[in-house]
Write a protein that binds this ligand. Structure first.
Ligand SMILES: [Zn+2]
Length: 735
């Protein structure tokens, strides 16, 4: 049953001239490749006289997001004033043929004579009626309220708390003539968090619904997936047939019993989605966020080919071609992901991060090499907000564990540090940020922490690093200290966590003031994921003349009186010893890369500007030993830069995953033998520019040419596209 918490009095108006919604089946229209809204408008233009309509009164105002047909919504207006609460729809098939017209315009409507009063007065009238304060710049539009006679009114859209009202105020008398509540108190049967933590479903009021007969609300529109074509093994969100979720009873409730086994028609999944998406949406609104686009949510997502349905063991967020945000939640093999409330909220938070700070299309490589930290920030933030709202630090206690035992992420129990535990995979690296955020919550309490972390999120720029995040967070807390919300001791406690997790040094370079350890991704894993191997991937990278960069560059402070610098690299491979790597050094600035379009818009970094390379020439074989000492002295050509920072960058095409230990030693001892060191005899090969930097000789092949149809190695290019596409996946997928 519905529970009306506010008693509303509405005037009963006697309408005249309201036609019953009529149905017109249209035959014989020709196909059209024009946009459906254009075809529909042209159709009305041609046929309005035949229907007895005035085509000038009809304007396309919306499109129904249905996949199997096009439905264009037309509003009616009289001399430019929209008729309130009335529309009609023109339906086209996928060939662009008009097949139906649903509904029809009202007849014999006229705008009452006279000059309307100022719209601000209508806002005041709505305030008095709703007993609330509204923004005076609402600028309510005029609408025509059909009736006998038709009345000209201001439409004031007003939010009171979480409830939305339409208040119609007579434009001449300023009397309130109608209050429409744009919300309904239907109930839904859901899990409080998920079946693991809150195993008994509960009946809750579905907040912020704006429809009486579908799961449409302030936070989004929830559909059920009927079928979808498979695209590279995944359901294609742009070729998906969806259906509305019907109410479960005549009172307008959605009380379906959850079905946790594989069932593509289980509507309770959609109800659970609505509830958790709305909770997360309401939380972000309370923090000051307003979603800039509509959100489409689809439950029971799966694909279908040849009549066989295939589950999707995943949930993801993606921007859609129609401009909406999409949350696609799979009916998986063993788990319906819609029932994992926290994971649904995680995907929703990706949307907030994408609109506030880091676009999903963020560049994953730049002039300093491959950089996946912005995506790690995405994941760490998407883990934090659901955990905080649920007051439970575990993400995926139900759905991730059902997919793979042990896959859940506990933000309160995480010992990862930067750089040692960074691997370049955003969910795994994001745990450092999620864990930091949870400790901030422990120190500050949920309310202040959520505010601080949300403010920090809005201040991130497109290519922020973890170090940027930590510094922005501390600056935000200092602002809040000024406002009296945070104490000096609390900031010091957060700073201690930041340093313990190494996030204060977790930028694009790591200081070599002490030995550092990082993980280096291997081509074995990448190749295997593609059904190929390391040698094939190496061939592709070599063909493009690019290597992968390790996650960080290194910085050494070289004093004025230094005579030599020794950098030791120790590689511990996991499986095989097939290593290929190069090291570049540069004084004063980071080593620079150019971005190469390797295939179809994928960018990888190619070495460009450095002072010194090991081996010296790009034509020499790369280094391959598990232990290497690189010595750079003031007698070398070019000489070791002194009195400044020196940066090092490691690139590689290693097959195995490797642990890389790097250590730097600066010596001030006089140099006895100027040619000492393993690289001494190749120093002369480095060709120094007048500016002291070395430009690599022109690439032997242009990577861009590989995307041309005339490429002599199309299969090879395609393989790299797939590999890089997997590695640099553009959609945020759940793990
Ligand atoms: Zn994610």
């Amino acid at each position: 049953m519905r529970h009306l918490s506010v008693l509303l009095f509405t005037l009963t108006l006697t309408f005249s001239g309201i036609a019953q919604g009529s149905v017109r089946r249209i035959q014989g229209e020709s196909a059209s490749t024009l946009p459906p809204s254009v075809t529909a408008a042209a159709f009305l233009q041609r046929n309005a006289p035949r229907f007895g309509w005035d085509a000038r009164q009809l304007a396309a105002i919306a499109r129904v997001p249905a996949a199997s047909r096009n439905l264009i919504v037309f509003g009616q207006n009289i001399q430019g004033v929209p008729v309130y609460g009335h529309n009609l729809k023109v339906e086209l098939d996928l060939l662009g043929r008009v097949t139906h017209v649903w509904g029809e315009p009202l007849k014999d409507l006229a705008i009452p004579a006279g000059t309307p009063k100022a719209p601000e007065l209508a806002v005041l009238a709505a305030e008095n009626t709703l007993n609330t304060v509204l923004p005076l710049d609402l600028d309510p539009p005029l609408v025509l309220l059909p009736g006998k006679p038709a009345r000209l009114a201001y439409l004031v859209v007003a939010w009171v708390g979480l409830k939305k009202f339409h208040v119609l105020v007579d434009a001449f008398s300023m009397n309130v003539i109608l209050i429409d509540r744009a919300w309904f108190n239907a109930q839904g049967r859901v899990y409080g968090i998920d079946p693991a933590r809150t195993p008994d479903p509960i009946d809750v009021e579905l907040a912020n619904l704006t429809s009486t007969d579908a799961l449409v609300g302030r936070a989004g529109h929830v559909w059920n997936c009927v079928t979808a074509t498979a695209n590279q093994g995944m359901p294609d969100p742009e070729n998906m047939e969806v259906e509305e979720i019907p109410t479960s009873d005549a009172s307008g409730n959605f009380l379906y019993d959850p079905v946790l086994t594989l069932d593509y028609t289980d509507f309770a999944a959609a109800v659970n989605l609505y509830h958790h998406v709305d909770r997360m949406d309401a939380h972000f609104r309370a923090l000051g966020y307003t979603p800039p686009v509509d959100v489409t949510v689809v439950a029971n997502v799966h694909s279908e080919a040849g009549g066989t349905k295939t589950p999707m063991d995943n949930a993801y967020y993606t921007p859609m071609q129609n401009g909406n945000d999409g949350l696609f939640v799979g009916q998986g093999t063993n788990v319906d992901l819609a029932y994992g409330g926290d994971v649904v909220m995680h995907e929703m938070t990706h949307s907030v991060v994408a609109h506030s700070a880091i676009d999903l299309g963020v560049q994953q490589a730049d002039q300093y090499g491959i950089n996946r930290m912005p995506l790690g920030l995405h994941e760490g933030l998407a883990d934090y907000f659901p955990a905080s709202l649920n007051d439970s630090p575990v993400i995926g206690a139900y759905s991730l564990e059902m997919i793979q035992p042990g896959a859940s992420r506990d933000l309160s129990n995480n010992s990862k540090v930067c750089p040692d535990d960074m691997v370049g995979e955003e969910h795994m690296d994001g745990e450092l940020i999620g864990a930091l955020n949870w400790q901030v919550r422990v120190e500050l309490g949920a309310e202040i922490a959520d505010e601080a972390i949300f403010t920090t999120l809005t201040r991130l720029t497109a290519a922020s690093t973890f170090r940027d995040y930590a510094e922005t967070l501390v600056t935000t807390l200092e602002d809040m200290e000024t406002a009296g919300d945070v104490t000096t001791n609390q900031i010091a406690a957060v700073q201690t966590v930041i340093e313990a997790k190494g996030l204060d040094i977790c930028g694009r370079w790591i200081p070599l003031d002490e030995p550092r350890r990082v993980s280096v991704f291997g081509l074995d894993t990448l190749g295997a994921a593609m059904g190929g191997d390391c040698a094939q991937l190496r061939g592709m990278l070599d063909y493009m003349d690019v290597d992968l960069t390790t996650m960080f560059q290194y910085q050494v402070m070289v004093p004025e009186n230094a005579t030599s610098l020794t950098v030791s690299l120790d590689l511990t491979p996991m499986g095989g010893t097939d290593l290929q790597y190069r090291v570049y050094g540069r004084g004063g600035q980071m080593v620079q890369y150019e971005l190469v379009n390797v295939y179809g818009g994928m960018m990888l970094p190619r070495i460009q500007t450095y002072d010194r390379a090991w081996p010296a020439s790009p034509l020499e074989s790369p280094l391959g030993a598990t232990a290497t000492e690189l010595v750079w002295t003031i007698n070398d050509t070019p000489p070791l830069p002194t009195g400044q920072e020196v940066y090092f960058s490691v690139t590689h095409a290693n097959c195995p995953q490797t642990t890389l230990d790097v250590e730097a030693t600066v010596s001030t001892d006089p140099i006895v033998d100027p040619d000492a060191g393993p690289d001494g005899d190749t120093d002369g090969d480095v060709d120094a520019d007048t500016d002291g930097s070395t430009e690599k000789p022109p690439a032997k092949k242009d990577g861009c040419s590989c995307s041309a149809g005339s490429s002599s190695r199309p299969n090879a290019s395609f393989f790299l596209l797939l590999a890089v596409g997997l590695f640099f996946s553009l959609r945020r997928r759940l793990r």
